[in-house]
Design a protein around this ligand. Structure first.
Ligand SMILES: [Zn+2]
Length: 265
């Protein structure tokens, strides 16, 4: 039996899935948005399996399918398709002025951007086959419960740009930024658009990103706990002022990070 936390999700939404009634040890494969869905058991003998389905911010609204397959007790292949309705998000359009080099980068800057995007893709392509998280995810700032701007369509210096894939928290430069959850630091470096950036791998295709930091206090390869200080709020990269940009990707899908605080995997 497959149970989803909801039958529909808005663009940038997150669904929790539970599969039960499958004999312990049965290998299940699943596919969502043309990618294999990581599925896990909390303990190896557990009969219930779990998965997270991220609905990328740019998914076209309509009915999608989560496809599952496994080998039944009689040795025959079982295939099942779970419908998921994707609803259009209500995302405002925002017009901003930024430094010219962040809208019209020169060839050298473009080359750098492409290299950084390749590195990001490689990070998101790497699915660590274990849960590195423990307990609840948290918001990465102290005494903050909500942030904004997720999904906003952006017009920068009069030119349309990709939608805003993270949550922005206004905060003073120098404010401490904490890991939203335990995991392994996979990126800790300066990048062109996101400035000083940290990406943490939490396992099973779950990654969080922290951008525009004034300083980075961790290194790639470090293991962090939930609440480890990873850097300070800043205004590096393409920004209009100091703030923390917090991103969450679930197996490449860019989703609203605040949802993982509300919906525990
Ligand atoms: Zn942002």
């Amino acid at each position: 039996m497959v149970k989803l936390s909801a039958v529909s999700a808005v663009q940038g939404g997150l669904l929790l899935a539970e599969i039960s009634g499958v004999k312990a040890g049965t290998e299940i494969s699943a596919e969502w948005a043309d990618r294999a869905t990581p599925i896990w058991r909390e303990t190896p003998s557990d009969a219930t399996l779990h998965a997270l389905l991220g609905v990328d911010l740019d998914t076209a609204p309509g009915q999608k399918e989560w496809k599952l397959s496994w080998t039944g007790a009689d040795g025959n292949a079982v295939v099942c398709s779970v419908p998921v309705i994707v609803r259009a998000g209500k995302f405002a359009t925002e017009r901003l002025q930024v430094e010219k080099q962040y809208v019209q980068p020169d060839p050298e800057q473009l080359k750098r951007v492409e290299e950084e995007q390749k590195k990001m893709q490689a990070v998101y392509d790497t699915i660590t086959p274990e849960a590195l998280w423990k307990g609840k995810f948290r918001v990465p700032l102290q005494n903050v419960t909500t942030g904004g701007n997720f999904g906003r369509r952006r017009v920068l210096n009069g030119e349309a740009r990709s939608p805003h894939a993270g949550v922005d928290f206004p905060a003073a430069a120098g404010t401490s930024v904490f890991a939203a959850q335990a995991g392994k630091v996979v990126i800790a470096q300066n990048m062109y658009y996101p400035g000083n950036t940290v990406v943490i791998d939490h396992g099973f295709g779950i990654h969080t990103l922290y951008a525009h930091l004034s300083e980075i206090d961790v290194h790639a390869g470090d293991s962090v706990e939930v609440g480890t200080e990873i850097g300070k709020v800043g205004a590096t990269g393409r920004v209009t002022g100091p703030h923390l940009h917090w991103g969450l990707t679930i197996n490449h899908a860019r989703v609203n990070a605040l949802q993982i605080v509300q919906r525990q995997p």
